[in-house]
Write a protein that binds this ligand. Structure first.
Ligand SMILES: C[S@@+](CC[C@H](N)C(=O)[O-])C[C@H]1O[C@@H](n2cnc3c(N)ncnc32)[C@H](O)[C@@H]1O
Length: 319
């Protein structure tokens, strides 16, 4: 039997599962296992699942589900950008579906000691994989200009320079509460503000440390390589920076080109054949889902079907 649901409430679960149109015996990749919400539903439909997570805690907590899956769930402690290599090393060359649910899980966010949130005070960590440079390492050692660039680029924070100056002046910074206070003072926070001004800075540092946009791009490319013709790709994102990467990738890969100028003669498209076809418009959560799970508020699901065209190797789509 498959164990009961875990603390992270899966977002757009019904929509993702409907889009994947899983048939028993198919092979699916859940690139972001988390608490296994999607994986559990895939197993219930009879799929064979390879579930990736770069967070060793998620993999450890999923071992019961794997034990109870009758050999149909393999947990892979890897980044999803490496899914092609990780699958190949397990003898799998192609799959029927790839699903990515981008961002942090509730377990990561809600545990103060992981350092992702300023709701509770914890060490400035923010590493999904629990290894490498921590947020404290970055903020205490990087140049002020680099800190400002990260906050501007990944937080879309107009006051990034002022925040970076305040961070450097307050070094060393070790706690999430300390960072949140520095940002609030630098930006000019007052009670009653709709959104805590620290939100954007925390998001930016997290995205930078975990190389989240590069990972997303790498995951999409890897999905193109492992999906068989007719295979489905489902990606859930939580903010515009991520959705932009997915949208742009699918636009490029589906052969959609910007509307031609009516002043120029039409030019036959000699580019490579489309590797994906978009199967639906972006899907957003229902009001009922947002009411039940506020975390779903900003979620967007995009779905595409793999064509039979060979995959492309390509340059980065953001820098
Ligand atoms: C939003 S949660 C997924 C929740 C999951 N769909 C569920 O229903 O429980 C995202 C998870 O993906 C993992 N993750 C994020 N980026 C990753 C990457 N590049 N490679 C592997 N895992 C990643 C995180 O560690 C986190 O556990």
């Amino acid at each position: 039997m498959i164990p009961a649901a875990a603390p992270h409430v899966p977002v757009l679960l019904d929509e993702v599962i409907a889009a994947l149109a899983i048939r028993a015996g198919e092979i699916h990749v859940d690139g972001t296992f988390g608490a296994g919400g999607y994986t559990r539903a895939m197993l219930e439909l009879g799929a064979r699942v390879y579930a990736f997570d770069r967070d060793p805690s998620a993999i450890r907590d999923g071992s019961g589900l794997a034990d109870d899956s009758g050999g149909r769930l393999t947990l892979v402690p890897e980044r999803f950008s490496r899914m092609r290599q990780a699958l190949a090393s397990r003898g799998v060359e192609e799959v029927d579906g790839v699903t990515l649910d981008i961002g942090v899980s509730s377990m990561q966010f809600d545990q103060a000691e992981r350092g992702f949130s300023f709701q509770g005070d914890g060490p400035l960590d923010m590493r999904m994989s629990q290894e490498g440079e921590s947020a404290a390492d970055f903020l205490n050692n990087a140049d002020e200009a680099d800190i400002a660039d990260v906050i501007y680029k990944y937080g879309e924070e107009p006051k990034s320079r002022r925040i970076a100056r305040a961070i450097v002046a307050a070094r060393p910074i070790e706690r999430t509460g300390q960072l949140a206070d520095i940002v609030r003072r630098a930006v000019g926070w007052h009670p009653g503000m709709k959104k805590d001004p620290a939100t954007r800075t925390f998001q930016a540092i997290r995205i930078h440390l975990n190389e989240e946009l590069d990972e997303l791009e790498g995951g999409l490319e890897a999905a193109e390589q492992v999906l068989k013709a007719g295979g489905r790709l489902a990606v859930v994102t939580f903010h515009s920076l991520e959705d932009r990467v997915v949208k742009r990738f699918l636009r490029e890969r589906s052969g959609a080109v910007p509307a031609a100028s009516r002043h120029l003669p039409a030019v036959a498209d000699k580019g490579p054949k489309p590797t994906f076809e978009a199967v639906a418009k972006a899907v957003r959560p229902s009001e009922a889902e947002v009411a039940a799970n506020p975390r779903a508020r900003s979620a967007t699901l995009r779905v595409a079907r793999r064509t039979s065209a060979p995959s492309r190797m390509r340059k980065g789509i953001h820098s």
